[in-house]
Design a protein around this ligand. Structure first.
Ligand SMILES: *Cc1c(COP(=O)(O)O)cnc(C)c1O
Length: 392
């Protein structure tokens, strides 16, 4: 007995659901990579990536997923033996730091906790202790996709300033760009990075980096530079230098279409849509949690991300299997420390009320069918919230 048919619905935090318009944008022949259309496609995307990051800095497009793009950032601004400070809030900044360590970078961690966001005051204190300014860069993620933590990047930027520390501030916005405010220049970020397959609604394979003038100054003497990633090479005037070879033409068609859709909706509306749908998810989870089995991974409400919600529960596999096999809804598994102890509902990118309410409905149906104790009426709480918030 199943109630699934048609498309599976991906409620995982990447790759996310792509709009049909984005899929269709790729259904065409490649461009001559020397044509005007190709050059315009490249420069248009470079410009619009800058708009998404809210920076006047230089932008770069790589053929890479998030992990590859992490390396693009590290290799351009670090030198062998440099020390960095990794701000832990789950798994992703840690993973980025591990990549740096394997490249010969000394990694200092500001111990975090899987249940909370980074504390800016702790960042300031750690930096004040580094009186000799041995730390060359600080790594943080805006939303940690594993824990579901939202880190206040603006406040962390202020803490770095308050400490008077010259380290570069490097920020991962893979799970947040195009979903919530990101103000690279205003928040004092030196290098920001993201990737195509989450909030940006495009297939995996494109990585984006934006660099401030300060970062590009440090870059001049960085000795971890690699030919494919190297900003200096990419800053050249020839179009092919922007891609260090053949352009990822079809992925760029897709990204062009997705960004056009975001701009047409207007970023402020896109951010509000994410906030409303995320809160709807949280309202449902809060009710389910009354059953004493499910709980929010992130303890403080204001530290929960608007793109993914991580929900702790023992043995989540049977719930996930039920949702997938019976209803065609794919939920995210717990990863890292939360493997086998949590599941995740993604609400980033191409999401709307029926998708989110449908997903919540399926989770509640699964809880019911499997006899997992939960507070009744999570979906009702979600739609009551949306009904009150989304005015006629
Ligand atoms: C998904 C993700 C990454 C890694 O991206 P991949 O494309 O899977 O390599 C990095 N950081 C964050 C915050 C992510 O959510």
């Amino acid at each position: 007995m199943v109630v699934r048919a048609g498309r599976e619905f991906l409620a995982i935090p990447g790759p996310t659901t792509m709009p049909d318009e984005v899929l269709r944008a790729m259904h065409r022949p490649a461009l001559d990579i020397y044509s005007d259309s190709m050059v315009q496609l490249t420069y248009g995307l470079l410009r619009d990536i800058g708009t998404l990051f809210a920076t006047k800095g230089k932008t770069y497009i790589y053929i890479a997923n998030g992990h590859g793009t992490w390396e693009a950032v590290l290799t351009n601004v670090l030198s062998r033996g440099d020390k960095i400070l990794v701000l832990e809030s789950g798994r992703f900044a840690v993973g980025w730091g591990n990549a740096a360590r394997s490249m010969g970078i000394e990694v200092q961690s500001l111990k975090g906790d899987w249940n909370r966001a980074i504390r800016p005051s702790e960042v300031e204190a750690a930096l004040r202790q580094d009186t000799e300014h041995k730390i060359k860069a600080i790594l943080a993620v805006q939303i940690d996709t594993a824990s579901g933590a939202f880190n206040d990047i603006e406040a962390i930027g202020k803490a770095i300033k308050a400490a008077g520390h010259p380290a570069l501030f490097l920020v991962d916005a893979v799970a947040s760009l195009g979903c919530m405010p990101f103000e690279m220049d205003a928040w004092g970020i030196d290098v920001a990075m993201s990737a195509s397959q989450k909030g940006l609604m495009t297939p995996p394979g494109l990585g984006y980096v934006a660099a401030s003038d300060r970062a590009r100054e440090v870059h001049k003497t960085a000795n971890l530079r690699m030919p494919y990633f190297d900003w200096t090479e990419r800053d050249g005037n020839e179009h092919y230098q922007k891609h260090s070879g053949t352009a990822p033409v079809h992925l760029m068609f897709a990204q062009r279409q997705a960004i056009d859709m975001l701009f047409e909706e207007k970023l402020d509306n896109v951010f509000l849509r994410h906030r409303l749908l995320a809160e709807a998810v949280r309202r449902a989870v809060a009710v389910w949690a009354e059953g004493g089995v499910l709980s929010f991974n992130i303890i403080e409400a204001k530290e929960r991300g608007d793109t993914v919600t991580t929900i702790k529960m023992p043995d989540p596999a049977r719930l996930l299997t039920y949702c997938r096999e019976k209803c065609g809804v794919i939920l995210g598994v717990g990863i890292g420390d939360l493997q086998g102890k949590a599941f995740r509902i993604a609400h980033m990118g191409h999401v709307n009320a029926p998708m989110i309410l449908g997903t919540l409905g399926v989770v509640e149906m699964g809880l019911q069918a499997l006899g997992i104790p939960h507070g009744k009426g999570g979906v009702t709480a979600a739609l009551n919230y949306l009904g009150e918030s989304v005015k006629p």
